[in-house]
Design a protein. Structure first.
Length: 199
């Protein structure tokens, strides 16, 4: 049967793990010296490999007492932020299924604080065009971020934040997603505030 090993992050891994198991890509047992499928399994799980390899018995179960998943995150800059779109979607009543939080840019996270990985964008030129100063209407120095209520995969997190016009996304390793607005100078907040995804 397709049983997920207890201890793995089911909320995050279930659908991708099931897909890879159904395709028969993760059936070998490295612990018994058979790693014939390891590469295929890793390619199938792709960005979720680190989080989910223990669910398919490919790697040692993680020690969950080690440090909480909420204390680790991955950040990536998005190619073309759209400040006016992000502002329109975050002003006034927050859209359903998300929470909007604003705080002074001075309280933002510096580049590497609490990061496990920082995904550099392929197009390094995007850093130079990130924001013409004329479009910074908010001169009051507030950074606005959005948290989605539910746990999402890192791919969904990037997609959601791109569709909102955000400048970066922060994906916490418990699967909470934070979209960082174009007015933010740095890397948003390290607080996990996804209503249904706090652990």
């Amino acid at each position: 049967g397709l049983t997920l090993i207890s201890g793995c992050n089911k909320a995050l891994c279930a659908s991708d793990v099931s897909k890879c198991l159904l395709q028969g890509l993760c059936q070998c047992r490295p612990s018994e010296g058979n790693c014939s499928c390891c590469k295929e399994c890793m390619l199938c799980l792709s960005s979720l490999w680190e989080e989910c390899c223990d669910c398919v018995g490919m790697c040692n179960p993680r020690n969950y007492n080690d440090s909480p998943a909420t204390s680790k995150s991955t950040v990536e800059e998005l190619y073309r932020p759209i400040p006016s779109l992000f502002r329109a979607l975050t002003e006034g009543d927050a859209p359903i299924n998300m929470m909007v939080v604003s705080f002074p840019v001075a309280e933002e996270l510096s580049h590497h604080e609490n990061l496990v990985s920082f995904l550099e964008t392929l197009d390094s030129q995007s850093h130079n065009i990130s924001l013409p100063s004329s479009s910074s209407v908010h001169d009051d120095g507030l950074c606005t971020v959005v948290y989605f209520d539910d746990c999402v995969s890192i791919r969904q997190c990037k997609q959601y934040c791109e569709s909102m016009g955000g400048s970066k996304y922060r994906w916490f390793h418990n699967a909470c997603c934070e979209c960082i607005g174009p007015e933010c100078l740095d890397y948003g907040s390290k607080a996990v505030k996804c209503m249904n995804c706090l652990i």
